[in-house]
Design a protein around this ligand. Structure first.
Ligand SMILES: NC(=O)c1ccc[n+]([C@@H]2O[C@H](COP(=O)([O-])OP(=O)(O)OC[C@H]3O[C@@H](n4cnc5c(N)ncnc54)[C@H](O)[C@@H]3O)[C@@H](O)[C@H]2O)c1
Length: 332
């Protein structure tokens, strides 16, 4: 990120929903470093990725609200006076969205609409970046998947996240609220949830490594994924936030080097210098909502905003494993 982009956030008021979670906390740490006045809201539901240890290094420098984005009164209050809003609070588990579809609907769709209404009424000048997901494409009809790919979500979470992002695009079109959307692929790094596979299978793989248990790969391990290291994703959020030319736009993130699940496991084991993996058939409930191979075409954000993932998968897993070796007790 260039200096002008960095200067954009100095002394700015910034709200991060889901700010105690994986991506939100890393964003908060970066923004505090850039001299921003950061406020976070997070409901700390134990099944989600929120964790107070995530913001240990900045806890005295930010304003923390343990509250729910579904609470309109609180959101109304928090939105006022903010220059930027990174909208990351979400129910992220695909399987949980099938088990409790209405909770997912409330957080990922209904609350998004009410948040936008609060912005329209109480802070129409705010700039919002919404965290969407590649899950909304469903099973790829071609690879790499660009932003024009048909949207055919395979689970309730994908449908609700799609509604959430479409509300953001609509509020730009109709009310001129400055919104942009990032469609994230599998993101990993320090502060991710490793307790279980709710956030991503990579989380439980890391936990298993650290506990000397085998990594369990569903299927034959040939499935392809394009991962992004957290620092690259944080940079993308800041780039998009800092550019008003792309209001109302949607950008894929991704990686030019997709790797198979088996290769991913091998890289993690190499970086940890120990461990092993086993194959097991896909559990039936996961098979039904699995999207197969996925990697995205992220040339739109690359061409227009100069974003490119910089951290290699080896370096990324090295840093991630180092972090969790030191901080294991706070994440399990
Ligand atoms: N991590 C990924 O690989 C990935 C991929 C695609 C999309 N995303 C999106 O990025 C965003 C952040 O994801 P993350 O990986 O940091 O997950 P995360 O679970 O660590 O972060 C989400 C945070 O939102 C909080 N939250 C959930 N519901 C809330 C509510 N109703 N009110 C207040 N706080 C609430 C959770 O407590 C959690 O801290 C999510 O919207 C997710 O859909 C993430």
């Amino acid at each position: 990120m260039n200096l002008t982009a960095q200067q954009k956030f100095f002394n700015k008021n910034i709200l991060i929903s889901g700010g105690l979670g994986f991506i939100g906390s890393n964003l908060a740490i970066k923004l505090v470093g850039l001299g921003a006045n950061v406020t976070v809201i997070d409901n700390l539901v134990p099944e989600y990725g929120g964790n107070t240890w995530n913001i240990e290094s900045i806890k005295d420098k930010i304003s923390i609200n343990v509250a729910d984005v579904r609470d309109e009164k609180i959101m109304q209050r928090l939105i006022q006076g903010q220059d930027y809003f990174f909208n990351l609070a979400g129910q992220t588990s695909h399987l949980d969205s099938m088990i409790n579809p209405f909770v997912d609907l409330e957080i990922n769709a209904k609350a998004q609409l009410s948040i936008l209404e609060e912005c329209r009424k109480f802070n129409p000048a705010i700039k919002i970046v919404f965290a969407s997901t590649r899950q909304i494409y469903g099973k790829p009809q071609y690879l790499p998947v660009d932003e024009k790919h048909p949207l055919v979500p395979v689970d309730v979470n994908g449908i609700n996240k799609l509604a959430g992002e479409m509300y953001h695009v609509l509020y730009n079109k109709v009310y001129n609220i400055k919104t942009s959307v990032l469609r994230l692929t599998n993101t990993y790094g320090p502060r991710m949830r490793i307790k279980d596979a709710r956030q991503t299978f990579l989380g439980i793989w890391i936990r298993n490594l650290l506990e000397n248990k085998p990594i369990t790969i569903f299927g034959d391990g040939s499935q392809l994924r394009d991962y992004n290291y957290i620092d690259d994703v944080v940079d993308a959020f800041l780039l998009v936030a800092g550019s008003d030319v792309w209001n109302g736009s949607i950008f894929n993130l991704g990686n030019r080097n997709p790797v198979s699940l088996e290769t991913t496991a091998k890289i993690m084991i190499d970086e940890y210098k120990a461990g092993r993996y086993i194959f097991t058939p896909f559990p039936e409930e996961l098979k039904k909502i699995d999207i197969g191979d996925f990697y995205s075409d992220y040339s739109k954000i690359k061409t227009n905003l100069g974003w490119n993932p910089e951290v290699s998968i080896d370096a990324g897993f090295k840093k991630t494993i180092e972090y969790f070796r030191k901080n294991y007790e706070f994440y399990v």
